[in-house]
Design a protein around this ligand. Sequence first.
Ligand code: ADP
Ligand code: MG
Length: 237
Amino acid sequence: MQQEALVINNLSKSYGNFKAVNNISFTVNKGEIMGLLGPNGAGKSTAIRIIMGILSASSGEVKFLFNGDSSVLDKSKIGYLPEERGLYDDVKVLDNLLYLASLKGVPQNEAKEEAMNWLERLNLANYANSKLEKLSKGMQQKVQFIGAILHKPALVVLDEPFSGLDPVNQDVFKEIILELGRQGTTVLLSAHQMNVVEELCDRIFMINKGKQVLFGSLKEIKQGFKEYMVKITYQGD
Ligand code: ADP
Ligand code: MG
């Protein structure tokens, strides 16, 4: 029996007459890796910010069902990699991570051990005591990724996690995301390239101009995706 972890019902967000998100609905099951696919400006980040409680919806609802119970947004159970950087430039890498962990209620000792393990795995252990601003953009993205998963959240929301990352590190991220799914963590990740979601996602929700274009497993949507690409290439949408 599939267990629902995140339910999005008829979600919309308007800015004046413009609908950035237009009546989208989908469900993410526990342990599922769901791709939110769409070109730039499709409405991915807007939808994600509503899910994260950063933006309010114009209409519709977001439900979290951790442990089968319907619950309100509990940020200690969610990890979030925002599209924009959410770290402190003039603070050391490890201290940035410890600060994020403290917001999620992780005891300091535990957080430190976890943070060092992840920094090790992502080849950043030598930078633990460097100020964040000394790191390249790709390295900073890795620190932010660690910040999203350090506290072992039940749901991880990643907004274009591969942006600014070289292929080797993209593979490392992919491996970790697949591992999270196997461990029962629910993952929602946005991307604007098909090949990214193709390798990772159990199901894909494709959005354009705020609206659902396709929704289903890769197998289910692949043909529709091809037809859609032909349509927008030759006829515009
Ligand atoms: P994506 O993440 O898929 O690239 P976004 O969710 O960031 O797309 O944006 C969707 C659309 O909403 C874009 O056309 C964007 O310009 C518009 N938009 C986003 N935020 C605002 C805002 N605060 N006011 C007006 N329009 C906005
Ligand atoms: Mg975005």
